[in-house]
Design a binder for this molecule. Structure first.
Ligand SMILES: Cc1ncc(COP(=O)(O)O)c(C=O)c1O
Length: 396
């Protein structure tokens, strides 16, 4: 049997694969420290769960409008208003997770051969979703020296007559980098001059530290808003990864096309999960503040611990819940009988010999780095740092 070219060319998500490996080891009773998961370790706040239970008990179990129930789309508009964004419910499409929103957006924006600019390190699914939509990913590399930020000059240098779309992700997975308003203004100028579209993935907008503020590129003016699709969801902010609710805010014609596309794939996202998301967006935001404070504490601890490791360097992330240390100075060194040649070798030794799960930077298009998620308990972070220190000591 032959798999269609469209699907045969897709690589599985490396982050989900490592997470699955770590979970399988755990299930066998092995004490794995899992820094690979891109999800909060907190439980979904109680009032959100109760809203889903109430919806279930009330029999809210039928099809809903494809793009989501009107009150949820209104709640999304209200939340985006706080970001300086004015949308109407008809501009909002609720989907089965932000990943699905991104997928829909690429499917309706891209024609065969359209070039899409991605800034490496990038979130793994952008690359594959661009290819699935017939687009061509064009990767612009960044590194720690420039705080992993796309500059207007680097963007201009990557443009060709076929460039259609830029994907921005602030705060960023995997680096935690947050673009300032002036940096986004400078990028917006290039985008407007060259008539590009933008997908602005803002799924970590609520998880900012050090008093940083989130700016959505779409909030910079009506022209750039007309060229932007804003993506967000409840997964990360409200510890709701399993509920699968994400959303897009887009110019009306694009929102309509995304809704029509979705009407032939998933139809509406799960009815009771929508009610839970509504409770998340409209209810108390105190649990979010508590989770954010805890993430900030963990970030400080893991950053200090990593910077104490000889040969490891790490920029300070301003948002999300990842650190992205540079391990170039460890490469070429020997762990027992094997030489570490890249981040994949380092991640493999860490998992096999120290039972520490991390994601190699190469999975995000940038080497030699590792990505560690600190969405795990302080005890796990302490234990993981000890194991990382033992690993670095063992290298010769
Ligand atoms: C940058 C980024 N965008 C989108 C998503 C997808 O989120 P969801 O779970 O809502 O599909 C993730 C999840 O890891 C992410 O890191």
């Amino acid at each position: 049997m032959e798999i269609a070219r469209r699907a045969a060319g897709i690589s599985p998500s490396p982050t989900l694969a490592i997470d699955a490996q770590a979970k399988a080891m755990k299930a066998k009773g092995i004490q794995v420290i899992n820094f690979s998961a891109g999800e909060p370790d907190f439980d979904t706040p109680e009032h959100i769960k109760e809203a889903a239970v109430a919806a279930l008990k009330a029999g809210f179990t039928r099809y809903t409008p494809v793009a989501g129930i009107p009150e949820l789309r209104q709640a999304v508009c209200d939340c985006l208003k706080a970001r300086g964004l004015s949308y109407e419910p008809a501009d909002i499409v609720v989907s089965c997770g932000a990943k699905h929103s991104l997928y829909n957006a690429m499917q309706v924006l891209l024609n065969e051969g359209d070039e899409v600019i991605l800034c490496a390190p990038y979130w793994v699914s952008y690359y594959e979703q661009v290819k699935l939509a017939g687009g061509v990913p064009v990767v612009v590399n960044t590194d720690a020296a420039t705080d992993f930020k796309l500059t207007p000059d680097a963007l201009k240098a990557a443009l060709t007559p076929r460039t259609k779309l830029l994907i921005l992700n602030s705060p960023c997975n995997p680096t935690g980098v947050v673009y300032s308003r002036s940096e986004l203004e400078a990028l917006a100028e290039v985008i407007l001059v060259h008539d590009l579209m933008v997908i602005s993935d803002e799924i970590y907008a609520a998880l900012l530290y050090d008093g940083l503020n989130h700016t959505s590129i779409a909030s910079l003016g009506p022209e750039i808003k007309e060229r932007t699709i804003v993506i967000d969801g409840v997964s990360k902010t409200y510890a709701m990864t399993g509920w699968r609710i994400g959303y897009a805010a887009a110019p009306r014609a694009i929102a309509t096309a995304m809704t029509d596309l979705q009407s032939h794939s998933t139809s509406n996202p799960t009815s009771i999960a929508q009610k839970a998301a509504l409770a998340a967006l409209t209810g108390s935001q105190e649990p979010v503040a508590a989770m954010r404070n805890e993430f900030a504490r963990r970030r400080d601890r893991i950053l200090t611990g990593l910077r104490e490791l000889p040969g490891v360097e790490c920029n300070q992330p301003g948002g999300a819940f990842y650190v992205f240390p540079f391990i170039g100075k460890l490469l070429g060194r020997r762990f027992r009988d094997r030489v570490l040649n890249n981040s994949t070798d380092a991640a493999a030794v860490l998992l096999q010999e120290y039972q520490v799960a991390v994601v190699p930077g190469v999975a995000f298009g940038t080497d030699p780095y590792l990505r560690l998620s600190y969405a795990t308990s302080m005890e796990q972070i302490e234990a993981g740092l000890e194991r990382l220190a033992a690993f670095v000591r063992e290298l010769q």
